[in-house]
Design a protein around this ligand. Structure first.
Ligand code: FAD
Length: 290
């Protein structure tokens, strides 16, 4: 099996899927159902997000380990610095390694809560994602990915600074980047080109097929990813009709995916919300072959 960075350099676009750790048994069953359906299109990798609380972190480790153990999929484990000392982080990385997980998406994370608060590192922890890249690198044979922000990270002074940060992450040992969900292909292409001028770091766009307008608005606020006026207009026009929202959401994702792949994006990283139907519709409409 090709490593994630090697796969992202192949001419054939790579598809990957993002999940979050389920909160209860019913949610866990829904997740595995989605994993099994999506496994059929042979993604390059699947990733599992990492929350702020201890129990949700344990679930991430468990789900990622189970993917490594019971499926044909290559797992990518997210890891953040939130509320964890360096010793804690070393332990989590040790657990990943022990369960055969060798790909880590190294993130800073955000302070827990529904409103964006100021970042304060753990007193014995790490300040920036690049520090986590360096830490994990030093702990063994891991392949590291990092986050990128086409619409500029909410705490960043601007695009140039974001590009500098990505260069620092690459120099610390990151071998690929995945972006925050994209709703404006031009922002993605601008960031991708600026990074490409300085480092050989594949940057894969995040794509979320909209299935609920309210949920998308909430995520857009929380993540600092603005919804472009054309996207808002198309969703507003159908907002009281859930089936129509879904259809428009899938159409928007297909258009974005088409444009970014035509411009040479290495692949598409689908934010699945632990569901498979909308993602598979976009995948099939794009004519992506397993
Ligand atoms: P950093 O790279 O540390 O950047 C954070 C801020 O600090 C930025 O403004 C940056 O410009 C600035 N900065 C970085 N380095 C320096 C430096 N050396 N000097 C000065 N300023 C600097 N969050 C979760 O909690 N769990 C997840 O599983 C998760 N998965 C994600 C997956 C993807 C693909 C993406 C795009 C984001 C994800 N996030 C997740 C959210 C992420 O943790 C937040 O967006 C966080 O605010 C930034 O993380 P980062 O890794 O980019 O941090």
């Amino acid at each position: 099996v090709a490593s994630i960075p090697a796969r992202l350099r192949e001419p054939r676009p790579s598809v990957s899927f993002e999940f979050f750790p389920p909160k209860d048994d019913a949610a866990e069953a829904a997740l595995w159902d989605a994993v099994r359906r999506l496994e059929r299109v042979r993604p390059a990798f699947v990733s599992v997000t990492y929350g702020a609380g201890g129990t949700s972190q344990d679930r991430t480790v468990r789900v990622t380990a189970r993917i490594a153990d019971e499926t044909s999929l290559t797992p990518l484990a997210h890891l953040t610095c939130v509320g964890q000392s360096v010793a804690d982080l070393r332990r989590v990385v040790g657990n990943y390694a022990a369960s055969g997980v060798r790909n880590v998406l190294a993130l800073r994370g955000d302070p827990p809560g529904d409103v964006r608060g100021a970042w304060t590192p753990h007193p014995d922890g790490l300040e920036h994602a690049e520090d986590l890249v360096r830490l994990v690198r030093g702990l063994g044979d891991f392949t590291l990915g990092v986050a990128a922000f086409p619409d500029v990270h909410p705490d960043s002074p601007g695009l140039e600074h974001d590009v500098d940060v990505l260069v620092r992450k690459a120099d610390a040992g990151a071998e690929f980047a995945i972006t925050q969900m994209v709703f404006d292909a031009e922002s993605y292409l601008r960031l991708r080109d600026r990074v490409a001028a300085r480092r050989d770091l594949p940057v894969t766009p995040g794509l979320m097929p909209v299935t609920s307008y309210r949920q998308t608005q909430r995520m857009s606020e929380l993540m600092g990813t603005p919804l472009p006026p054309q996207v808002v207009e198309r969703l507003e026009a159908v907002k009281d009709d859930p089936a129509a929202v879904r259809a428009v959401g899938v159409a928007i994702a297909v258009e974005l995916g088409q444009r970014m792949l035509a411009e040479g994006a290495p692949g598409l990283h689908f934010i699945t919300m632990n569901r498979s139907t909308a993602t598979l519709e976009v995948h099939d409409a794009l004519g992506l072959e397993p």
